[in-house]
Design a protein around this ligand. Structure first.
Ligand code: GDP
Ligand code: IMO
Ligand code: MG
Length: 407
């Protein structure tokens, strides 16, 4: 079975936590898109690990972790991450495989990414990891793939410094290389978990372009990044937070306005620890945006939603959620492509009573307070998608499922 986990908002929804949780029952975990711009945090008891390139299944000693075809990989960042895992007692070498079609991030792409964004009239606020430059080199047909490390004439075209850089990793990278299509075809019937990076609204095609990342972070990217056709995808899970966050620039219709929401913004940021894993930037925070979430469900064929960070609302007397936008006097429930329309959208909010009790120890849906269930039910009805998994804290154990996942 091929099960896909995507972010259903602007990233940082808790994908790493959920993939780690589900990986226990999987055979192979394939990270399918993005690069070291991602930051996926996993908490298991006292252990807290932030992954950028390596799939979240790596914490289990018997799982195979594959970096997929649509990833862009900075070799230095990869081997730094493997060393970090070793320090935590996690032996990753030998269990990490890389699609030979994945592209490599070169040091001068990183420099160019930072310079390019700083020079933009409207900066995107990239993570400065060379992601956009690597994807544009790929689209220009000038990129370097893992497979190209064995193509001396191609490497000759690189500037001396870049050639020396990739060659210095060749002996370590090539043994990890595989043909992902053939690898997965030979393992039909295995439980393969596809881990997304970024989120539906940061997808190059269906996101808030140009304020997006450069890869296919939506569900379609799992097929491309897994070397599969779209009919091979059996199920898509969309992870979302009980509120919304965004890092970097771009429209965010439900963003908290300190003048209007007062201390709510800093409350959510501090309670939810909303600081970027990759760059340390404070994340922008706002109400849950159901217009955007339903759009993400529709654009990605999300079969089931995974709700995280529900616990962050534990002490609030009331909870608001956006059910429509007012765009220049016209109400709409459709998520527009136009950036000026999104920038002028005023959220139309519905208020729910808070549950005002600690739910971080809840182990089942039935254990949740009635107010929490009402809030979840409303989201399900609006999005026409069931919330199948709920997370009430950062730890692996603070998770429960409402319906079987691997079926
Ligand atoms: P990802 O990029 O989607 O994997 O998410 P990040 O790791 O960047 O950010 C999610 C943050 O929230 C991490 O610090 C997680 O440890 C934490 N987290 C995940 N799920 C929950 C949850 O249900 N409640 C709380 N309070 N924190 C969570
Ligand atoms: P995970 O996987 C949140 C954002 C950046 C910037 C834009 C483009 O942890 O959810 P890039 O460096 O990709 O060219 O930056 O995308 N961004 C993310 N925001 N979570 C992420 O990944 C992100 N990856 C990129 O902040 O606005
Ligand atoms: Mg993250």
């Amino acid at each position: 079975m091929n099960l896909v986990v995507i972010g259903a908002q602007w990233g940082d929804e808790g994908k790493g936590k959920i993939v780690d949780y589900l990986a226990g029952d999987s055979d192979i975990v394939v990270r399918y898109s993005g690069g070291a711009n991602a930051g996926h945090t996993i908490v298991v008891g006292e252990k807290k690990i932030a992954l950028h390139l390596i799939p979240s299944g790596i914490l289990y000693p018997d799982k195979i972790a594959v970096l997929g075809s649509c990833m862009v990989i900075d070799p230095k960042a990869l081997f730094d991450e493997i060393a970090m895992l070793e320090e935590h007692g996690i032996h990753a070498e030998g269990r990490i495989l890389i699609s030979d079609r994945a592209h490599l991030v070169l040091p001068h792409y990183i420099k160019r990414d930072k310079e390019r964004d700083a020079a933009r009239k409207r900066p995107i606020g990239t993570t400065g990891r060379g992601i956009g430059i690597t994807f544009s080199q790929k689209a220009e047909r000038d990129g370097i793939r893992l497979a190209d490390l064995d193509w001396p004439e191609k490497l000759e075209e690189l500037p001396d410094e870049s050639r020396a850089f990739v060659l210095s990793y060749k002996e370590r990278l090539l043994p990890m290389s595989l043909s992902l299509t053939a690898f997965l075809a030979a393992r039909k019937g295995k439980k393969v978990l596809f881990e997304g990076a970024q989120g539906a609204l940061l997808d190059i095609d269906s996101g808030t372009y140009p304020y997006v990342s450069s890869g296919m972070s939506g569900a379609a990217g799992a097929a491309a990044g897994g070397g599969l056709g779209p009919r091979s995808i059996d199920k898509v899970l969309g992870v979302f937070k009980a509120y919304s966050t965004r890092v970097g620039n771009g429209p965010f219709p439900t963003e908290f306005d300190p003048a209007r929401e007062g201390p709510l913004c800093s409350f959510i940021r501090e309670t939810g620890n909303e600081y970027g894993v990759t760059t340390g930037r404070a994340r922008r925070c706002g109400y849950l945006d159901l217009v955007a979430l339903r759009y993400a469900c529709q654009a990605n064929s999300i079969d089931s939603l995974v709700m995280t960070h529900l616990d962050v609302y534990d002490t609030l007397a009331e909870i608001k959620v956006c059910t429509a936008y007012d765009i220049k006097g016209f109400p709409t429930e459709n998520f527009p492509a136009s950036i000026p329309a999104l920038e002028s959208a005023k959220p139309i909010l519905k208020t729910f009573p808070g549950w005002q009790q600690n739910i971080t120890n809840a182990v089942s849906y039935t254990a949740l307070p009635p107010q929490t269930k009402d809030y979840i039910k409303f989201i399900e009805e609006y999005c026409q998608t069931k919330v199948g998994i709920i997370s009430v804290g950062a730890d692996r154990g603070q998770t429960f499922v409402r319906e079987p996942v691997w079926s």
